[in-house]
Design a protein around this ligand. Structure first.
Ligand code: AMP
Length: 197
C-alpha cells in the first residue's frame, strides 16, 4: 500500500465519498462509524464536531450552543467553514462518510463545490429511511442532553423542511440510494454495504 507521502501523485480513488442522509434517530451516526471503519475512511459527523467545540468552549462552540439546544440548524456559512477545513485534512482525501452534512440545499451545493475544487465528486448519497413514530421513540431513548421531546419534534420538523429536499437533489445527480432503516442494526449495515456497492 502506498504511503501518505505519495498522496499528491496518486489518482483520486473512486467509490468511497459517501453522504448518509436520514432523519434524527435513523441510526445513521452508528452506521457511519461502522462502515467507515470497514472502508478505512473517516466518519465525519458535523454534530459531533460542533458538540466538541461546545465542550471545548471555543468561539465556534459559544456561537452554536444555543442554536443546537433549540433543535435549529447552524447557518450554512459556518457549516461550510467547518466542513471545508475537515475535508482538507489528508485522511479524507480518498474517502469519507459524512453524517449530518449536508442538511440544506445550499450545503449540498457547497459540498459539491468543495469536492470539485479537489477534482472529486460524491459517489453516493444514501437515505436511511425510518418511520416517524419509531424516530421519536428512538431519539428520546438515546438520552442526549438536547433530546427533550420538544427539541426532538423541532429537529424532525426542520429535517422535513430543510433536509428532505436533498433526496431530490441527489436523485437528479444519480447518486441516491434508499435503504430501509427500520430493522436490526446489523441488517441495516448489510443493506448499506449493498447500497455502497
Ligand atoms: P446531529 O448530531 O447531526 O443531530 O447534530 C446536532 C445539531 O448540530 C443539529 O441539531 C444542528 O443544530 C447542528 N448541526 C449539525 N450538523 C449541521 C449542519 N450540517 N447544518 C446545520 N446545523 C448542523
Amino acid at each position: 500500500m502506498a504511503g501518505c507521502a505519495a498522496a499528491e501523485a496518486e489518482p483520486v480513488a473512486e467509490g468511497k465519498r459517501i453522504v448518509l442522509l436520514g432523519p434524527p434517530g435513523s441510526g445513521k451516526g452508528t452506521q457511519a462509524g461502522m462502515l467507515a471503519a470497514e472502508l478505512g475512511v473517516p466518519a465525519i459527523s458535523t454534530g459531533e464536531m460542533l458538540r466538541d467545540a461546545v465542550t471545548l468552549g471555543s468561539e465556534l462552540g459559544k456561537r452554536v450552543e444555543g442554536i443546537m439546544n433549540s433543535g435549529a440548524l447552524v447557518d450554512d456559512e459556518t457549516m461550510a467553514d467547518v466542513v471545508r477545513a475537515r475535508l482538507a485534512r489528508p485522511d479524507a482525501r480518498d474517502g469519507f462518510i459524512l453524517d449530518g452534512y449536508p442538511r440544506t440545499l445550499p450545503q449540498a451545493e457547497t459540498l459539491s463545490s468543495i469536492l470539485a475544487d479537489g477534482g472529486r465528486t460524491l459517489d453516493r448519497a444514501i437515505l436511511v429511511d425510518v418511520p416517524e413514530d419509531e424516530l421519536v421513540a428512538r431519539a428520546l431513548g438515546r438520552g442526549r442532553a438536547d433530546d427533550t421531546e420538544e427539541v426532538v419534534r423541532e429537529r424532525l420538523r426542520v429535517y422535513h423542511e430543510k433536509t428532505e429536499p436533498l433526496t431530490g437533489y441527489y436523485e437528479a445527480r444519480e447518486v441516491l440510494r434508499k435503504v430501509d432503516g427500520h430493522a436490526a442494526i446489523e441488517r441495516v449495515t448489510e443493506r448499506l454495504r449493498e447500497a455502497i456497492g
